[in-house]
Design a protein around this ligand. Structure first.
Ligand code: SAM
Length: 175
């Protein structure tokens, strides 16, 4: 590991994320050169979206991704056609100051009917952060079920989700 990783990992581990979108962008721009170990699992046609230009540059060097899109994931429309993907994974995205739950309708739009949307969140985040706590996370997800946009497939507790701490992994299927 490069020398500059431990501070960033410690910050992330302790939940010390910047609170503004610009701060989040800068945080990951600085971490990007040492962040990713690319690993191949046989998937093809993988696209990625992130607001951190430096993270995307590193992704590009790895040659794994077909298309890399620098944009905010939120309620804004992404430059991606409807029903483009067989499935979608949000990885390390539902954190303090990161994605808000309002992003899901836009993510549902770009996944084909029947395709899975997979995401996870730490138990600590669910208990602590305003956007998740007091059952808000579950009720926001359920609201999209009631609207007929997706159906729930799984909600699994992962005891060692990250840093020896628990988290929940969710799978919803686009209708
Ligand atoms: C913990 S890292 C996870 C990176 C990568 N997805 C992974 O799992 O290795 C969080 C990522 O979310 C990105 N990010 C934070 N808020 C975002 C937003 N609203 N839209 C798009 N990307 C965002 C950051 O730039 C950062 O690369």
């Amino acid at each position: 590991m490069a020398d500059n990783i431990p501070d960033k990992i410690l910050d992330a581990k302790e939940g010390r994320f910047p609170t503004t979108l610009e701060g989040i962008k800068q945080f990951y721009d600085e971490w990007a050169p040492t962040y990713e170990k690319l690993t191949r699992h046989g998937f093809k046609n993988i696209d990625g979206v992130d607001i951190s230009t430096e993270s995307l540059k590193i992704c590009k060097e790895g040659g794994l991704y077909r298309r890399l899109i620098c944009d905010r994931i939120g309620t804004n429309k992404l430059d991606i056609n409807d029903d483009s993907y067989d499935g979608l994974i949000l990885c390390g995205a539902l954190l303090k100051g990161h994605l808000n739950l309002g992003c899901f309708p836009e993510l549902i739009r770009i996944v084909k009917p029947g395709g899975p949307i997979i995401f996870s969140v730490s138990s600590n985040s669910k208990d602590t952060f305003d956007k998740f706590k007091d059952g808000k996370f579950e009720s926001d997800l359920q609201e999209l079920v009631c609207k007929g946009l997706w159906v729930k497939e799984a909600n699994e507790l992962i005891p060692d989700w990250i840093f020896n701490r628990p988290g929940h992994q969710y799978v919803y299927k686009v209708v």
